[in-house]
Design a protein around this ligand. Structure first.
Ligand code: SF4
Length: 405
């Protein structure tokens, strides 16, 4: 009986994947018919930039897994990458530092994700385009007109609502950020907020928020896909665009608009220092023996237990490292209001004594994730007692002696 049920279940899953593949294939054919030819031959570009065919195949496998698709989708992921530069993108900048664009442009040894972002069909990007003033405005109007309903509107930066939006005026006609955002997003196929400023307001909306800055979704009352992070990882952006190219829709999102495939787990779940957390081995102060041994950074303020993102898995700086690997705790930058809720950065959150220790992103979000502080803080406090008793945290000089021995 159970065996029969299993084979029925397997048949049902197989059918679902076959249907999904058909949908993906027909959507990609549509994309090839409707959108302009790719501006770049991806394989020639990869070769020029030193990325081998083998690296591309490896990347395709990794991206298929990351997007939670079975291996039969690998050729379709590769095809979507080849068509990446067909997708028209209008990139708007509001109240921000341009760090997200910078982060994507600064790869010294670019991987496939970085190269894909180079090929993106940018119809409008204020800080990268040569045009300015009226000419830039004309580019924006043309892009919106030519690709109405098909282009992706990427937004970097929060929107100030104070003084009727007049804290932010852009372009030769002095339109407010809110006016531009309304105009462009209403014609877009999808709106992707890149970085925590557009996704959640970030530092601009931190207390006391004199300009009344808020996220795009709050300012305009629309749904957005939020690629959170300060800055976010290029992989999470390219993966979301690939998903859109493949299926004509956006990936499943958590309650805060973040793609679940990238933000479905906590930093704490992917962390290489996690065994030290579980063994109650904590850095007690910067530069102590625990720090030298790579122990858990919770007691020096790591907010990894309350933060949903895949930083530890995908890493930064050409995949070389990420903050916790470099020795600094997570500051919680993929969570809304982290400047207010996660501060002070060098200290753990206070024990809120809310009595449960773990939950998924969808169930909790940041407000309730703070409740995990209860279990986490108790664990850390217990470790102080234990460490006091068994004196397991050596002083730096003890460590030197150990090394010497
Ligand atoms: S508290 Fe921070 S450093 Fe420690 S295991 Fe969790 S994420 Fe890693």
């Amino acid at each position: 009986m159970a065996k029969g049920m299993n084979s029925e279940y397997k048949k049902m899953i197989d059918k679902q994947y076959r249907d999904l593949m058909k949908h993906c294939q027909s959507h990609m054919e549509q994309v090839e018919k409707e959108l302009p030819e790719p501006r770049e031959n991806l394989h020639e570009l990869l070769e020029k930039r030193g990325v081998s065919r083998r690296d591309f195949v490896k990347w395709t496998s990794a991206m298929t897994v990351a997007l939670m698709l079975p291996p039969i989708f690998k050729p379709l992921v590769a095809k979507a990458a080849e068509n990446f530069s067909r997708l028209p993108v209008v990139w708007l900048h509001f109240a921000e530092c341009t760090g997200c664009s910078e982060a994507f442009l600064r790869a010294s040894y670019p991987n496939v994700d970085d190269i894909l972002l180079e090929t993106i069909s940018l119809e409008y990007h204020e800080t990268l385009m040569a045009a300015s003033g009226d000419q830039a405005e004309a580019c924006l109007e043309k892009a919106i007109h030519d690709f109405e309903g098909k282009f992706i509107c990427v937004i970097e930066g929060a929107l100030p609502r104070g003084l009727n939006g007049q804290y932010l005026r852009i372009g030769p006609k002095g339109k407010t950020g809110i006016e531009i955002a309304k105009e462009v997003t209403s014609k877009a196929g999808a709106v992707i907020c890149i970085g925590s400023c557009s996704a959640f307001g970030n530092i601009q909306s931190a207390n006391p928020n004199p300009t009344d800055s808020v996220s795009i979704s709050k300012a305009l009352g629309i749904s957005t896909v939020n690629i959170a992070g300060c800055p976010p990882n290029a992989v999470n952006f390219t993966g979301t665009l690939l998903h859109y190219l493949m299926f004509g829709g956006l990936p499943a999102l958590d309650g805060l608009g973040r793609p679940i495939w990238a933000y479905g787990k906590r930093i704490h779940d992917y962390c290489e220092r996690r065994p030290h957390y579980d063994a109650s081995e904590f850095v007690e102060e910067w530069g102590d023996a625990g720090a030298l041994k790579g122990w858990c950074l919770y007691k020096v303020g790591c907010k990894g237990p309350y933060t949903y993102a895949n930083c530890g898995k995908v890493r930064f700086n050409d995949g070389i490292s990420w903050p916790i690997m470099a020795g600094h705790g997570c500051i919680g930058c993929t969570e809304p209001d982290f400047w207010d809720t996660m501060a002070p950065l060098e200290k753990p959150l206070p024990d809120k004594s809310l009595g449960f220790t773990d939950a998924t992103a969808d169930k909790v979000g940041i407000a309730l994730t703070a409740a995990t502080a209860a279990g986490i803080a108790v664990h850390a406090a217990a470790s102080v007692i234990r460490h006091r008793n068994d004196d397991r945290v050596n002083k730096p000089e003890d460590l030197q002696e150990e090394k010497h021995d």
